[in-house]
Structures are given as structure tokens and as C-alpha cells.
Design a protein around this ligand. Sequence first.
Ligand code: NAP
Length: 260
Amino acid sequence: MTEIIAPSSIGLLTGKVVLITGASRGIGEAAARLFVREGASVVLAARDIRALERIASELRAGGGTADAVALDLAEPASIRSTVDRVGELHGRIDGAFNNGGVIQRPGALDATSGIDIDAQFSVNFRAHWTAMTAEAALMREGGGGAIVNTSSIGSRRANAALPAYGAMKRALNSITETAAVTWAPDGIRVNGIAPGGTSTEMIDAWERATPGVIERLSARIPLGRMADPSEIAEVAAWLLSDRASYVTGAIVPVDGGAGA
Ligand code: NAP
């Protein structure tokens, strides 16, 4: 495994208030640590409040500003109250990393159940629509902001192993582009990132269901390995920063060349 050396901070997100969903582990946790290092105040959201509190208190101990909020992406009211909480804590929101998501039970289209479809719809698509509209309303009050949604390389082509997941991530790409076009006049940029295989619990769950999948996926990655979660978070940080001021409506691959 290649060792990933954390680059030194350049203050990319200095002074920004950023909400991160799916911050209890994986890519979202890596984003929490990176965004604080880059100067942001973060609000961390997911279901596992104990994990969030642990991460937030570590960040505060290091001099950062971090709060934890319990969130269930399957519940629209929970999403709206999480965004309200950011407003109560900070009076504004500058950035949102809508990253929380769930894998379906791996399997072919004929084996995909209505439960899989419903779960993928509510957590991987509807939740982003609900979150984005609430975030945009708060951003408008502050004169603008930036949103990044986590899609997947699995959205780009037919997805025979994760059919419902691929479909909902592709729907997310569409609504991300629509939001970018709709809210550009409000000074709100909206982009997506499409990670390839990344070493988190999600890929471990897929490996448990389909032994050998990590090796097979890795063999098709030109850079020859899975991503470290921090490498995905880096792209989100840049897209949320003012350095990406002319980027909106993009779905940026972060996949080691796997989709090329
Ligand atoms: P992970 O380690 O499984 O983390 C998923 C995060 O989403 C956790 O923080 C989890 O928190 C949260 N989450 C799941 N269901 C939720 C719900 N109902 N309400 C609130 N939070 C929920 O996976 P990851 O790899 O970091 O995934 C992050 C994003 O990257 C996802 O959108 C995923 O689809 C995408 N992605 C991952 C890969 C990969 O290879 N790992 C590749 C492409 C795209 P709680 O369980 O505490 O709620």
C-alpha cells in the first residue's frame, strides 16, 4: 500500500462554515480532518453520534471548530433540522459536502429488491435533493456558497453489480447539474465528485458480499491501487474553496484513471 503523506495546509477553506454528511467514518471523516486543517469550521452529521462526537472532540482538541449533529438521511425532516442547526451554530453556511451514502446488496438486476431500490432512492438521491434545497436557502441568505455531492464511478456506465446504486448515483449527477444551472445566479456553485474504489467500510462490505472484488477492481485502476479517503476529500476541499470559483455543474472523476 502506497503511503499517503498529508500535504501541508494552504488555508484553502479559511473562515468557511462547512456541513459534512456521512462524517462518522470513511471519506466524510477524512474530509472533516482535512477541512479543519484547511481552516474551516465544520458541522459533522451522520447516524452514529458517538463516532461523530469522538471525531469532533479530537478536532477541537487540535484547535479546530467542530460540532456533531445526529442525522438520518432517510428522513427529510432530519436533514432539514441538521441544516437549521448549522444556521443556529454559525448564522450561515458557506459549503456543504453531501457525502453520506449507502451501498446496496451487491447482485444482478433480477436479484435487486424493492427494498434496495427504496433505500437507494431515499438515502442516495432524495436526501441530496432535500439537503441541497435547504442548504441553498441558507446560502442565499449569506450571498452564496458551494455544494459538493458524492457520486461514484459506478454512475458512469451500466452497473451490473450494483444496479440500483448506479442508477441513483446517475440521477444524483443529473440533479447536481440542474442545481448548478438553477442556482448560479444566486452565487451558489454545485459540483459532484465521482470516486473510484476507495478504502473504506463501504468497499469492505462489498468485498464481504463478493470476495475478490477489491483485487478485481484494483487490477483495472491505472494508478494500480484503491484511493485513500483523504485523496477523495482533497478534491471536495478544492471544489468547496474559492480557488474553484469558475467550476460549477461538473462531476469530477477521482478514480486513479479507472474511468478513462
Ligand atoms: P462508509 O465508510 O460506509 O461511510 C458512509 C457514511 O455515510 C458514514 O458516515 C455513514 O454514517 C453515512 N450514512 C450512511 N447511511 C446514512 C444515513 N441513513 N443517514 C446518515 N448518514 C448515513 O463509505 P464511504 O466510502 O466513506 O462513502 C462515502 C460516499 O462515497 C458515499 O456516498 C459512497 O456512495 C461514495 N463512494 C464510495 C466509494 C468507495 O469505494 N468507498 C466509491 C464511490 C463512491 P452512519 O452509518 O453513522 O450513519
